[in-house]
Design a protein around this ligand. Structure first.
Ligand code: ATP
Length: 365
């Protein structure tokens, strides 16, 4: 385990606008070289937190330390931080290379060094052949790369990215996500990105902080927040989830029996911590963790049956919406690997759904 202090320490930071609290007592450490994503719905306070890191807002309470130095009241241009805005904010009258050189000229870097740095940045974002063009002569993806090169030219310790790929179409966004991760790994600079797009956060970040109403609901790797959310909110926010309400009726080791009012039966769920008898819980099961078929899976501990009401065919996989006898609805996704014996499941068919207790997540909040 590394004992290195974090590059960024956010300590009990609160931001109020009048009597509205946009960011509420956030504590967060970010390590050198991390790609961290702040993820949350519109209005949750993620941009306000990013703007405080950049120095564009001052915390009402709390402190922000970068490399051990309290920067809470230090202006943006004196912080070892650069911010890449969603609009890219390129200077329209300057060429690509002039845009990249601008910050270096402001810092009075010698001309030869500027030329060298600009060339290295152009190579890095693969824009060398566009050096003499103006922003209006570039595509959205090319502008994004110039903005990135400009932000990195001054070699900040931290780059803040506000919805960096928001202006790109879906295909280009996916391609650029990987490019951006490769560049981040190459330069080794800490990236902190704000996004409302969970897929983007999961694809790009080492760790994700999920925000809700000014607070951090959970911090973890993409794997952790998806597989072991700490609340119903996070489970619902990331990916699709079946949420099954119930009450604990007993347990053996880490396997708990839960009488589910939703399903009208008892199910078994794995949970390492003790659960008091009678406590209300929500059992989350991801749609891909359930199996679906005409016959029950032999020996399955959790099995329910119902009727297919909808099938969303997505090519590589299908999502089956199933209504149980008592009215509850479950979603099951299945890879369309091959056309199996007996053919595809059809709308209106009676089916069995089963899942392993270890694929349940018991949520108490
Ligand atoms: P989005 O994804 O829509 O940008 P966000 O999570 O980034 O949302 P913020 O921009 O951080 O949200 O805003 C959080 C809350 O604070 C919102 O309700 C917003 O209206 C409010 N807010 C932000 N800036 C100000 C301001 N300067 N004055 C008053 N309220 C503000």
């Amino acid at each position: 385990m590394t004992t290195q202090p974090p590059l960024i320490r956010i300590e009990r930071v609160t931001k109020r606008f009048g009597d509205f609290t946009a960011v509420n007592q956030i504590d967060l450490d970010i390590r050198q070289g991390e790609f961290f994503a702040l993820l949350g719905a519109s209005g949750c306070g993620k941009t306000t937190l990013l703007r405080m890191l950049g120095g564009f807002e001052t915390p009402t309470e709390g402190r922000i330390l970068i490399d051990g130095v309290d920067v809470s009241t230090v202006p943006p241009y004196e912080r070892p931080v650069n911010m890449m805005f969603q609009s890219y904010a390129l200077f329209p009258h300057m060429t690509v290379e002039q845009n990249i050189a601008f910050g270096l000229q402001q810092d009075k870097m010698p001309k030869g060094q500027i030329a060298e740095r600009v060339k290295a940045m152009l190579d890095m974002v693969q824009m060398s052949q566009y050096a003499k063009r103006k922003p209006a002569q570039l595509s959205g993806g090319q502008k994004q790369r110039v903005a990135l090169a400009r932000s990195l030219a001054k070699q900040p310790k931290v780059l803040l990215l506000d919805e960096p790929l928001g202006a790109l179409d879906k295909k280009l966004r996916e391609q650029t996500q990987l490019e951006l991760v490769n560049i981040q790994e190459k330069v080794g600079i800490t990236f902190i990105m704000v996004t409302h797009d969970q897929e983007e956060a999961m694809t790009m970040a080492c760790r994700v902080g999920i925000m809700k109403e000014g607070r951090i609901a959970q911090i973890g790797t993409p794997f952790e927040v998806y597989e072991t959310p700490n609340s119903r909110f996070v489970g619902d926010f990331i990916g699709n989830a079946n949420m099954i309400a119930g009450a604990v009726t007993g347990g053996e080791g880490a396997d708990w029996t839960i009488a589910s009012s939703d399903l009208g039966c008892t199910i078994t769920a794995h949970h390492e911590e003790p659960l008091p008898n009678g406590s209300d819980v929500t059992v989350m099961v991801r749609p891909e963790k359930m199996s679906i078929g005409r016959q029950p899976v032999a020996g399955a501990i959790n099995t329910v049956s119902g009727r297919i009401t909808d099938i969303a065919y997505l090519g590589d996989m299908s999502i089956y919406h199933v209504k149980l006898a008592g009215g509850a609805r479950l979603q099951v996704s299945q890879a369309n690997l091959r056309h199996g014996i007996g053919g595809r499941l059809e709308h209106d068919e009676e089916v069995s759904i089963s899942w392993h207790p270890g694929d349940s997540v018991v949520l108490l909040a």
